[in-house]
Design a protein. Structure first.
Lengths: 737, 85
């Protein structure tokens, strides 16, 4: 018989560490049904048939955030055999608040008192036996980080779960006879009301869940009540009882429950915990510098610079070049082509496999080492607790344009690769902020856009120093403008989401947590490379290698000029005329950019016969004006080239990133809206750059200038109009995505 | 005008009297341990002037001034028995 044990606890209580330690390498990461919250499942080490389910880190079982709803639904509907509740011993009071709610659910709870090594080191004392007695559940002292007490914890949890499943049947009979509600956690008026409510819903609930539902009914928790389906007469009677209690205690019912639960927790901690008073903890000392009024921002800028410099430019470029040239190019492509030809494979098939699939996917996989370095740094920053400080420092800035302090992290990751960047938006609780972050993340120039920037700068702009910084500026400005504009539209309107965030104590990052985090993000990226990119690579290869010859017969194209891609590019190149690049080559390059952004450079390389992708890359790096002249000839001038650059930086990201947007939005309309908005915004920006550039360059006032004026006026209006008043969303509507 | 958490100067502490607002925001604030009778001290203000960092129930919490404004408090006495207000 299989036993299921759920792992619940506050964020920052060491839950990931404990889960990794309990399950080792047996874990699988998935999604909770219908929402983008990670669901991790693993097998308990050294036990047969014991599954451990890692619930999202939550502070409470309220119905307001996705994580809380997912946790509640699992506990109520799936009824695990036991819950291991991880409690941070160094922050016991707030952690035990969740414990009281878990105990109310009616599933056996085992409290795992974590970080006991730190508690003892600080000289604090926790009387675990007394705590266990007061809570009425087993308490095990552990240190997840050092692996102390874990086998005891596992044994207790399994025993508790087994005892539960053995006694369930007989217990049901005896419980039915016993008083409906036990325990006296709350004040007398509240307990009286709860007892009456429990009696009222006796017919609608099982004995184990009766108290939970009575409390939820008292709190007027709509999500829980929907499950009960009480008749109107019963609901009205309940409402009378609740209102009476609210009048007696002069507070709203929800506040009464939360407030009194904390009173109860304080009583327990007063009895069991002895704390040594300290003036300045180690974390306080670090924060004295890191979140200092004057030093906070410089430290932050320096930290981000180091992360970016190492992972994107120096070491990152080195390993990426190495992977691309030595491993994929020399190590796989060349020998593979030789082998395929030697065994008599048709030329087109060799081309498809070597250039199409291996070359296409390889170009993407080539970024993996660079991403790993970026993920490594991010894992350190997350694990040690600095990311919360980043949100603390940046909240003021980001709130101004409809994002939250936590949006900085996706944007930062987005400068490496948009796929993990968009995925990082999951940490943003508020649906509105999360959507806005997903839409704007890919405005930041990712690693694959850098060769394109270098090529344009080298070919047409005398390799001016300002081109690359301007790309980042343009990206960030687009985030800001988008935020300010969309904040005033209906789907994003409303009061800013609450920003009530714990600043956890700093701790030394652990190798296993960093390893797990890097692996998770990298495998998400690799999976997409293997699926989306393979398909996209085949399609692009096909479109560029096949076409109509002079007689109109379909077959392998001699060059790109007669390929399917040429016809596609030619058919809509006119769309880009107002932006200054209405020829088919830039149009084709832009389309190829959807497969992978570095393909833009590769296309120019092939189209202008300056060489294949590799040659184009190296020319872009050396910025050899003479050699790049054929590329320059494709554009009417630097202005058109810059408009082209702006469009390709801001328009829809590559297929992999678009697919990630689809997965994270979990809504086809939002996905289309996001991608459509990005393309439209890119078009407008490129048009403004080109048309105003021409006008101020002395071309005179044309229809194009007029159009640009209208668009600019519209943009400014959308940015600076007073926010319209929309009907307020129901406050109880939880942020389901 | 009653005193709110927003008015508490850095380095001073206060006791929570009442939490205003409603729905998700209020519940979230209370879930984090800011409940009637809890003692809080204001630790610092973020470099850009918002949010603030407070200490409540033995841990550090940050919240925006606009949220702090909804929390009514009374000033705590210091060691000399004087309040800062």
């Amino acid at each position: 018989m299989e036993i299921t044990i759920a792992l619940a606890g506050n964020p920052n209580s060491g839950k990931t560490t404990l889960f990794n330690a309990l399950t080792g390498s047996s874990q699988r990461v998935g999604n909770w049904p219908g929402v983008t919250v990670d669901k991790k499942v693993g097998k308990l080490k050294k036990y047969k048939d014991v599954a451990v389910i890692d619930l999202p880190g939550v502070y409470s079982l309220s119905p307001y955030t996705l994580e809380e709803v997912v946790s509640r639904d699992f506990l109520i509907n799936e009824k695990p055999d036991a819950v291991i509740n991880l409690v941070d011993g160094t922050n016991i009071e707030r952690n035990l608040f969740l414990t009281t709610q878990l105990l109310d659910v009616g599933i056996p709870v085992v409290v795992a008192l974590n970080m006991m090594d730190a508690v003892k080191k600080a000289g604090d004392r926790i009387d675990t036996e007394k705590l266990s007695g007061l809570l009425g559940c087993p308490v095990a002292e552990i240190s997840a980080l050092r692996g102390d007490g874990l086998s005891d914890l596992a044994r207790i949890a399994v025993e508790t779960a087994q005892a539960q499943s053995k006694t369930t049947k007989s217990a049901e009979a005896s419980l039915a006879a016993a008083p409906a509600v036990s325990g006296g956690r709350f004040s007398e008026p509240t307990e009286t009301a709860l007892r009456a409510l429990a009696e009222l819903i006796r017919a609608y609930t099982s004995p184990e869940t009766r108290r939970w539902y009575a409390i939820k009914l008292f709190e007027r928790d709509e999500k829980a009540l929907a499950l009960l389906g009480l008749p109107a007469t019963v609901a009205a009677e309940a409402e009378g009882l609740i209102a009476l209690c609210e009048e007696t205690l002069d507070d709203s019912s929800e506040s009464i429950i939360t407030g009194e639960a904390y009173v109860y927790v304080s009583r327990i901690t007063d009895a069991c915990v002895e704390k040594v008073q300290v003036e300045m903890s180690a974390s306080d000392k670090i924060d004295a510098i890191v979140t200092n009024r004057w030093l906070g921002i410089p430290v932050f800028v320096a930290a981000m610079f180091v992360v970016y410099f190492v992972s994107v430019t120096t070491v990152g470029t080195f390993v990426t070049d190495f992977t691309n040239d030595m491993v994929i190019g020399g190590g796989i492509q060349a020998p593979l082509a030789e082998f395929l030809l030697s065994v008599g494979t048709a030329e087109w098939l060799t081309g498809l496999v070597v250039d199409g699939i291996v070359g296409g996917v390889g170009a993407v996989v080539g970024f993996l080492p660079q991403l790993l370095i970026l993920f490594f740094f991010l894992a350190i920053l997350e694990d040690c607790g600095y990311m919360a400080r980043v949100a603390f420092l940046m909240d003021r800035v980001f709130r101004k344009f409809g994002l939250s302090g936590k949006s900085f992290i996706p944007l930062l990751i987005g400068t490496g690769c948009g796929v993990p960047g968009i995925m990082a938006a999951r940490t943003i609780e508020q649906r509105r902020d999360r959507r806005m972050t997903i839409i704007t993340t890919t405005f930041m120039p990712c690693g694959a856009k850098l060769p394109m920037i270098a090529l344009i700068a080298g070919a047409l702009l005398q390799n001016a120093w300002w081109v690359a910084p301007s790309a980042y500026f343009l990206g960030f400005a687009s985030v800001v403008v988008t935020g300010v504009m969309l904040k005033k539209t209906k789907p994003f309107a409303g009061d800013p989401a609450p920003f009530v965030m714990e600043l956890p104590p700093y701790h030394f990052p652990t190798a296993s947590n960093i390893g797990h985090s890097m692996l998770e993000r990298a495998s998400a990226f690799a999976k997409k490379a293997a699926t989306v990119y393979t398909l996209a690579s085949i399609l692009v290869w096909f479109a560029s290698s096949f076409g109509f010859d002079g007689d109109g017969a379909f077959g392998m194209a001699q060059d790109l000029n007669s390929s399917v891609l040429y016809y596609i590019g030619n058919s809509f190149a006119w769309i880009f005329s107002p932006l200054g690049f209405g020829d088919w080559q830039p149009a084709v390059a832009s389309v190829m950019g959807l497969a992978a952004k570095e393909d833009v450079v590769a296309v120019f390389g092939i189209l202008t016969s300056i060489g294949d992708a590799d040659a184009a890359f190296s020319l872009a790096e050396t910025a050899d004006m003479a050699a790049l002249a054929p590329v320059a000839a494709l554009f009417s001038g630097p202005l058109a080239a810059y408009a082209f650059l702006a469009f390709n930086l801001l328009c829809a990201p590559c297929f992999a990133a678009m697919n990630t947007i689809r997965q994270e939005m979990r809504n086809p309309r939002w996905t289309l809206a996001a991608i459509g908005y990005e393309c439209g915004f890119a078009y407008v920006v490129a048009l403004l750059i080109y048309q105003f550039g021409c006008f101020f360059g002395g071309r005179g006032f044309t229809a194009g200038t007029a159009a640009a004026c209208v668009l600019l006026a519209a943009l400014l209006f959308l940015m600076f109009r007073p926010a319209p008043k929309y009907k307020k969303e129901h406050p109880h509507a939880a942020s389901h995505s | 005008m009653s005193l709110t958490l927003k008015d508490v100067p850095v380095g001073q502490s206060a006791t929570i009297l009442k939490i205003g607002g409603e729905g998700a925001v209020k519940r979230r604030i209370m879930d984090m341990g800011i409940t009637k009778g809890a003692e809080v001290s204001v630790r610092k203000v973020a470099p850009l002037g918002d949010p603030i960092e407070i200490r409540v129930r033995g841990y550090e919490l940050s919240l925006r001034k606009s949220d702090a404004e909804m929390i009514t408090v009374t000033a705590d006495k210091d060691m000399t028995g004087e309040t800062w207000k």
